[in-house]
Design a protein around this ligand. Structure first.
Ligand code: MG
Length: 366
């Protein structure tokens, strides 16, 4: 091509280059939202609720022949439900579809700006975009984050509140998991732990889900749990009782981890000296990018980090698992509690989280 032809060719190409990608021949992006009912294998009871299924919001973002999958599990404790999450995502549909997904930090900042609350909806968008980006660049998300898949922690397997007989049975069914997380906080705490201990000596972590309203009671219960070989206690008292928890902290010997007391990244500094660590969940933070900020802030405060999840499918659990090489403790069993998981993603081998090697989240259809 001579110089004149080159100039002519450049002039012809220029107008197309100025147009947005969608009109320049690339397929326009699409966004699908649907609510999926996940059936639980056992009725799931905590201090907050009892249920046989959970509805989560699923988002599929398709562009350039690639589909990123996202999910958000609305948390009743924070006044969210699946319909609200879906409406929230629909309300930013135009923004998501017109944005350049490779500018995901900018896109999610705009989504956070536009949507108040609605953390599950934000998380569903964030996960779908990050899955798409990983696929676009051909790398698994853990690799894109600069992490070593071999560094994933062991995950706990959760035992919901039940009768001592069923608690025993559930503990036996969880034989392949080396660490259990036991839910307490109702009037049956001691029989529950005794039922677990009657069939296993393995490491236990205990979540009281704000169940103890009195600080003396909390100290008594935690001191008793210490004698049962419990490694740490999660959220012993109501979220707002940070001063009382600080009082408890100075009288017990095992770490106290914040869950409900930590709803925003800005809560983390307020928890210092009352809690030893925080439970980060994508459905609370609003996705992977914000969860990463939580982890960084908690580390800056010299706090321990746990990554947890709600009852959800392999979409959310796998997204959380990609961040798990950054944390001390994992409680990523939400997909193991359901019977109709639509995807395969992270696997668990004797408690160890095994990340898929495919690009993005690395999900495959079940
Ligand atoms: Mg918890």
């Amino acid at each position: 091509m001579n110089r004149r032809d080159l100039i002519k060719a450049a002039a012809a190409a220029a107008p197309a280059a100025l147009l947005p990608a969608a009109s320049a021949g690339a397929t326009p992006a699409t966004l699908e939202t649907k609510i999926l009912r996940l059936n639980l294998q056992h009725t799931w009871t905590t201090t907050m609720s009892s249920s046989q299924y959970r509805d989560t919001l699923h988002v599929a973002y398709t562009r350039d022949g690639l589909t990123g999958h996202g999910e958000g599990a609305p948390i009743v404790r924070y006044h969210e439900d699946a319909d609200g999450a879906r409406q929230a995502v629909e309300s930013v549909r135009d923004l998501v579809l017109s944005a350049d997904p490779t500018q995901f930090s900018k896109l999610m900042a705009e989504v956070f700006e536009r949507l108040r609350g609605n953390w599950a909806g934000k998380s569903a968008i964030d996960i779908a975009i990050m899955d798409w980006v990983g696929q676009k660049f051909g790398v698994p998300l853990y690799e894109w984050l600069g992490l070593d898949a071999a560094d994933t922690p062991l995950t706990t397997f959760s035992i919901g509140i039940d009768t001592p007989e069923i608690t025993k049975q559930k503990t036996l069914e969880a034989a392949e998991y080396p660490i259990l997380k036991v839910k307490v906080g109702l009037s049956t705490d001691e029989p529950t732990i005794e039922a677990v201990r009657s069939v296993t000596n393995k490491k236990l972590r205990v979540d009281a889900n704000e169940g103890w309203k009195d600080k003396e009671e909390a100290v008594r219960k935690i001191n008793w749990l210490e004698k049962q070989g419990v490694e740490f206690i999660e959220q012993p008292m109501p979220a707002e009782m940070i001063e009382e928890t600080r009082w408890v902290r100075s009288r017990v010997h095992i770490p106290i981890i914040a869950d409900e007391a930590c709803q925003r990244v800005s809560d983390i500094p307020k928890l210092k000296d009352a809690f030893d660590g925080v439970n980060v969940k994508l459905d609370k933070s609003g996705g992977m990018l914000e969860a990463r900020r939580w982890i960084d802030v908690a580390r800056a405060m010299n706090m321990r980090v746990m990554i947890g999840c709600m009852v959800s499918s392999s979409v959310t659990v796998t997204a959380a698992a990609h961040l798990s090489p950054l944390v001390d403790y994992a409680d990523l069993d939400g997909n193991l509690l359901i019977s109709n998981d639509p995807f395969h993603g992270v696997r668990v081998d004797k408690g160890k989280l095994i990340l898929p090697k495919g690009p993005g989240l690395g999900l495959t259809k079940a």
